[in-house]
Write a protein that binds this ligand. Structure first.
Ligand SMILES: [Fe+2]
Length: 424
């Protein structure tokens, strides 16, 4: 700090006092001398405390000059009662951040210096954070553009190659998942589990089969916005986030939506993804939606995500976590109920017939799928409830022969099938 006063005895006394606190003190006996010192050492000065009444330039004028040239330094004007009016004017005109009246108690002065230096440090820290956030936003924007471009290019290729919209959609999802797999492998595999559980919950919630399939797709790509975050944030445990890192992380649902918005068939799924961190009680992000204002599909994904994380931490079926959830308020209470049913009777839906496992090569036309069929990389291919035709069975068999299916055994509804079928 720089302390300016024409009373040299006071300068010496205060300097001794502040050195005890570890403060490096520059002193000047006049405003002119102060300006000379600032000229050479101004960048290192966090606070300037100046007496008001001095021969030559007065303290208010000095601090005005300091504000122009070294605006980061905290400016404090020291004044006797006689000059209070002039000093108050200096405060009003913004030249001075604080006033201290003479005479002062030593402790009062030390406190003032400490606070002035703290506010200078805070100013620098805020600026540093702002610059960091700007840089990261620029990087993010760059990533985003690259990704949108890649997705758009690949989608265009695929869509011209595949007449079927459905197939194009699944391929796009596959590409997105591959990106995620490469950068955040653990999130990609968790996303597959989330997709399955979300599909089951959506079924139990009575959503139409087509919506169930789209919920599964949304589950797969719900965290795709993580691709837009810089590596240091992806590698950090969210528990240890700084405020700035947390704010940035909480942008991932919005980034995810914006990535998907370039693919027409994924626009609706993008909306669901945007809201996968909203909470039932309205304390989530990014839009702080509450209750049924949150799309049901987003609520389902949020619950599947929360539950599977809890299983990861707690093991079993996370019963401690589940019993705490009703009071916690994060999730839709009706969905929590459905989750309980799903955990207790995972293979059965309300009113469902018994099911059997059948190898793909023993499927018969007329059988109905009792569970979804996934590809080896977790992409949903056929939904529960689908009636198997001869043609569909032929396709499944060739996919199974090519190793494309996750499992060569599928679950169908109905009676025990003769042969190697096993009942559950
Ligand atoms: Fe997320």
């Amino acid at each position: 700090m720089l302390f300016v006063d024409d009373d040299e005895a006071l300068l010496a006394a205060m300097t001794r006092l502040l050195r005890l606190d570890g403060v490096r003190v520059l002193t000047a006996a006049s405003a002119e001398r102060a300006l000379e010192l600032l000229e050479t050492q101004g960048d290192g000065v966090g606070a300037v405390i100046s007496d008001y009444s001095m021969p030559g330039m007065n303290g208010a004028d000095l601090l005005r000059a300091v504000r122009l040239r070294w605006p980061d330094a905290t400016r404090v004007l020291a004044t006797g009662n006689a000059d209070l009016l002039a000093a108050a004017r200096a405060v009003n005109e913004g030249q001075v951040a604080r006033l201290i009246t003479k005479p002062w108690e030593p402790d009062e002065f030390r406190r003032l210096v400490g606070e002035s230096l703290d506010s200078h440090r805070m100013l620098l820290e805020n600026r540093r954070l702002r610059e960091l956030a700007d840089q990261q936003a620029a990087r993010l924007e760059h990533w985003n553009q690259r990704l949108e471009q890649l997705v758009a290019e690949r989608t265009a290729e695929l869509e011209s190659a595949n007449a079927s919209l459905q197939r194009g959609l699944l391929d796009t999802v596959r590409i997105l998942l591959n990106f995620l797999e490469r950068r955040v492998p653990e999130r990609a595999s968790r996303s597959r589990e989330i997709a399955r559980l979300s599909g089951r919950l959506a079924e139990r919630a009575g959503l139409p089969a087509e919506v169930v399939r789209r919920v599964q797709v949304a589950g797969l790509v719900h965290d795709i916005g993580l691709l837009g975050l810089p590596d240091p944030i992806l590698r950090q445990d969210p528990e240890n986030f700084t405020m700035a890192a947390r704010l940035q992380f909480e942008q991932h649902p919005v980034l995810g939506q914006s990535m998907l918005s370039s693919v027409e068939q994924l626009v609706e799924i993008g909306k669901w993804i945007r809201h996968h961190h909203e909470r039932w009680d309205g304390h989530g992000y990014p839009d702080r939606l509450a209750g049924v204002a949150i799309p049901a599909e987003s609520r389902i994904i949020a619950l599947a995500d929360g539950y599977l994380s809890a299983v990861g931490r707690e093991g079993g079926s996370a019963s401690r976590w589940r019993s705490a959830q009703r009071a916690a308020g994060a999730y839709d209470p009706d969905l929590l109920e459905l989750l309980g049913m799903e955990i207790e009777r995972p293979e059965q839906t309300v009113g469902e017939m018994p099911t059997v496992n059948v190898p793909v090569d023993q499927l018969k036309p007329g059988m109905r799928l009792a569970g979804p069929i996934f590809s080896a990389n977790g992409t949903p291919m056929l939904n529960r409830g689908e009636l198997l035709s001869e043609e569909l069975i032929g396709r499944l068999q060739s996919l199974a022969a090519g190793g494309v299916l996750e499992s060569p055994i599928v679950r169908v509804a109905g009676q025990i099938v003769a042969g190697s079928a096993a009942q559950n």
